[in-house]
Ligand binder design. Structure first.
Ligand code: SER
Length: 873
């Protein structure tokens, strides 16, 4: 059913963009898979990057555009993850070819152009499909589209079908642009299913849908209401992989030049054979999953998604883990992702050269996830097996929760395994366990607020409005006390109309200080938000009383705030230096800025080396040494982004954002900062550690903290120098000399012990009876006892020795030494004796050792050994 002229993926992309470029469209490169738009988790369609042009929120720089857009459907409304491998066409990652009109042309052009490209002569850039095999669907209400297909394009009425909202109405998500659509399908022939057009082919195997033309007309709000767009627009989407399958005349997307190389590698890694077109065969299913997930995870990591337990990172983790589970089921014990990733990058690298650039990074992130999951998988699967052996009819909520919580099995994975074995998962039980855990976590989190206090806080805001914050510029302010609430612990919460106290947020700790009125003084221990925008001073009244309505002077602890400022701006410098040294993938995952230290958590896939830390410190300190004034200003979010301010996709910022410029860094930030980078003093990293998969934490000092650290270390070195009797600048030499001394003393002790042992050996030889010594010697460790036995045997009057004794650590050591030419091994003498002291031991030669735990059996052991000596030959 292929057209005669095959095409590669690269040629297909070019043919599409070329066709529409000729029709006045601007060719727009693919945007990242991570959308700017928070309503979807990934770019789920070619139109997502253009959303605001459709809604009119932004003026489009062009009226017509064409793109081949990277898409992923693995979360939210558009989620194909669980279908991957089961069908001929579902993929998590795919590319969508699309032409777009932003209020320019509408159906009258979009429809005929699609036909022109699809059926056009390959010699002049068309795809050369046979028009007689193309069927179209339109929305049941769309007379206009039907008329264009029939009258302008000439598609006979019996190949135009009308379908309802489910098939022919397209929405980006629960909100956003939407409208009726019209789809092109190709009849692949009777071998793929029964006749009757798309209407009678719900799986689309015979009448394969390959291009969707959406007539964008509405913007859907959260409550489901639809308002007309400023101007009707066009969004079309043609699945690159599907069209490739058609062009290359293969059964499905899996046999195209994009997927087949991955399937081949999956076959060779697992040793399992791939059966084309077989959707019943579990091996082929698994191989398809491996191929797809290696490609989609590589594309996601390349665009900055990391495996984690949150949102996008969690989806990526699910994708990688699903692949690894299939690899495991297909019987591979060794890692599969490194080679699969490499192959995926090879296949896609031409179209997306940054993949090749990031190859090592991508491979290492995915491989680490595979390594860690393989370990837990083994344990988890055996737990699952045991649970199913105990109760083969269903899988309990508590087991499912255990697998989720302890073994990192996403719920969907457990469900998938369970469904393969025809077992139901107790979802309710799982949800109960999850809820309980959430409640526990909430209770554990400090500051959990009961409804009564929430009501009180809201009343303050209703009556007086939110707290005015003057603390960016003032350290002391005149204010009015709005409310004072006593707390259970004898303290109080004070609310002011305005305050210089920074309330804990954005990682920066709250201010402390004092609030003084005519009648009393309060020491402010902490400042936090009681509810959004209402700043709460947690205080201890140290003198008199404070009542609402009074005038107050609120003054922060200047010294402490200065330290916090230094640490906060220092955090920004470190963030910048981390990205310079480790790479752009470093993203802030959290921070804590206090007066004494700062903590910064970030995404990175391996330990930061001491050399890298030294370089990070050097870069950060270059910024403080070259002291430059910092600049803080407010601007629109878009303007901030265009200045290059670091703000992370998915983070929520208002329309007006606060921007901090410090040295070379520019970031959105609501915190308090120093006036010039030089004020920070020295930035010194004091620790670096892992805090989760692909997450690292560094802690650092600035200002006085760094000075105190240096002084502490200097004092420490001084103390060590004094102890080893050296000068401070020769402390290493001094310690080395002491170590040498210890070494030579140890050698001396060894010699003395040997001499001592020889003395004892002579004593023991004196008690030899007929060449045999069987006796108790305590307080030697097993090695010393063994040496002693050998020394005794060397004595001329002795042939056989058995020594048993309590060791300094309270155990029992046994040694036997027999003549070198004895017929039997020395262990014969200890075999039964060792049992008397609760132990065992062995050896093949003329020396045997054994150990035991029970010194009370030593006498018995000696007797048994003596008997054994009697029978020894
Ligand atoms: N947005 C439509 C789709 O995803 C057409 O691009 O199918």
């Amino acid at each position: 059913m292929a057209t005669t002229d095959s095409m590669t993926a690269d040629q297909l992309r070019d043919s599409f963009t070329g066709f529409f470029a000729d029709k006045g469209h601007t060719v727009v490169p693919s945007a990242s898979l991570i959308p700017h738009d928070p309503s979807v988790m990934f770019n789920v369609a070619g139109m997502v990057p253009f959303k605001s042009y459709f809604t009119g929120d932004e003026q489009a720089p062009y009226n017509r555009a064409v793109a081949s857009q990277k898409c992923a459907r693995a979360g939210g409304k558009h989620n194909d993850l669980d279908d991957v491998g089961r069908t001929k066409r579902h993929l998590v990652f795919f590319e969508m070819l699309g032409n777009f009109s932003f209020g320019d042309y509408f159906k009258e052009k979009a429809i005929p152009w699609s036909w022109e490209l699809v059926t056009g002569d390959p010699a002049s850039g068309g795809w050369g499909f046979d028009g007689d095999r193309i069927w179209v669907t339109v929305h049941e209400s769309d007379d206009e589209a039907e008329a264009i297909w029939h009258e302008s394009v000439g598609v006979p009425m019996d190949r135009i079908q009308r379908l309802g909202d489910k098939d022919n109405y397209w929405q980006m998500g629960d909100t956003g642009p939407c409208g009726p659509c019209s789809e092109l399908h190709i009849d692949r022939g009777p071998e793929f299913g029964p006749d009757g057009g798309p209407l009678g082919d719900p799986f689309g195997d015979r009448f394969m849908e390959f291009w969707n033309l959406v007539f964008m007309q509405f913007n859907q709000a959260k409550d489901g209401t639809r308002t007309p767009l400023p101007r009707p627009s066009i969004d079309t989407g043609a699945g690159l992989e599907r069209i490739l399958a058609l062009k290359q005349g293969v059964d499905s997307v899996w046999e195209t030049d994009l997927m087949q190389p991955l399937i081949d590698v999956a076959q060779s890694l697992t040793g399992k054979k791939y059966l084309v077109g077989d959707y019943e065969d579990p091996n082929s299913f698994g191989l398809r999953v491996l191929a797809e997930h290696a490609r989609s995870s590589s594309m996601l990591v390349n665009d900055g998604v990391f495996p984690s337990n949150e949102a996008r990172g969690y989806v990526l983790r699910r994708i990688i883990r699903r692949a690894v589970r299939f690899a495991y089921m297909l019987g591979t014990e060794s890692l599969v992702m490194p080679r699969l990733t490499e192959t995926a990058i090879g296949v896609m690298g031409n179209a997306y050269p940054d993949l090749v650039k990031n190859q090592d990074f991508i491979t290492s992130v995915i491989t680490r996830e595979e390594e860690s999951f393989r370990q837990t998988l083994k344990n988890g699967l055996s737990i699952l097996d045991t649970a199913l052996e105990d109760d083969p009819s269903s899988l309990s909520g508590s087991t499912t929760f255990l697998l989720h919580d302890t073994y990192g099995f996403p719920l969907e994975l457990t469900q998938e395994i369970a469904s393969e074995r025809d077992v139901a998962v107790d979802l309710d039980g799982f949800n109960v366990a999850m809820d309980e855990q959430r409640t526990r976590a909430k209770a554990a989190a400090k500051g959990s607020v009961d409804d009564a206090s929430l009501g009180r806080y809201r009343e303050i805001v209703d009556q007086f409005g939110v707290t005015e914050f003057v603390g960016y510029t003032e350290e002391s302010a005149e204010a009015r006390v709005l409310a004072v609430y006593e707390t259970d612990d004898g303290g109080a919460e004070v609310f002011l109309d305005r305050t210089p106290f920074y309330a804990e947020s954005g990682g920066q700790i709250g201010d402390t200080g004092t609030i003084v009125t005519e009648t009393g003084t309060a020491e402010v221990l902490d400042t936090t938000y009681a509810i959004p925008n209402l700043r709460r001073h947690t205080v201890r009244i140290t003198d008199g009383t404070i009542t609402s309505g009074q005038s107050a002077t609120a003054t922060i602890d200047h010294e402490r705030r200065e330290k916090i400022r230094r640490n906060h701006t220092g955090t920004h410098l470190l963030h910048h230096a981390l990205r310079e040294v480790l790479g752009e993938h470093v993203k802030q995952a959290g921070s804590w800025v206090g007066p004494d230290r700062l903590r910064f958590d970030f995404s990175h896939y391996e330990a930061v080396t001491p050399e890298q830390i030294a370089e990070i410190e050097r870069l950060a300190n270059a910024q403080t040494l070259n002291s430059q004034p910092t600049r803080i200003f407010e601007t629109t979010k878009d303007e901030a982004e265009s200045l290059g301010a670091i703000a992370f996709f998915g983070d929520k910022y208002g329309d007006i954002v606060r921007v901090l410029e410090a040295g070379d860094t520019i970031e959105l930030c609501g915190g308090t900062h120093v006036a010039a980078t030089g004020d920070i003093g020295m930035v010194k990293v004091v620790s670096e550690a892992s805090i989760g998969s692909n997450l690292r934490r560094i802690e650092a000092f600035t200002g006085e903290g760094s000075v105190a650290l240096l002084q502490r270390d200097e004092a420490l070195i001084g103390d060590v120098a004094t102890l080893v009797g050296a000068q401070s600048d020769d402390v290493v030499g001094g310690v080395q000399r002491k170590l040498d001394e210890i070494k030579s003393l140890q050698a001396e002790i060894k010699t003395l012990r040997a001499q001592l042992a020889m003395g004892r050996a002579t004593e023991l030889a004196a008690i030899a009876n007929d060449g045999v010594v069987v006796t108790q010697v305590d307080q030697l460790d097993p090695g010393e006892l063994r040496d002693l036995a050998i020394a005794v045997r060397q004595q001329p009057t002795v042939q056989t020795v058995v020594l048993v004794g309590e060791t300094p650590s309270g155990g029992v050591a046994l040694v036997a030494a027999v003549p070198k030419d004895a017929q039997q091994p020395a262990s014969v003498l200890l075999k039964d004796a060792a049992r008397a002291v609760g132990g065992g031991g062995g050896g093949k030669g003329d020396i045997a050792t054994a150990g035991g735990k029970d010194p009370s059996g030593i006498q018995e052991a000696l007797q048994i050994a003596a008997q054994a000596v009697g029978q020894f030959s």
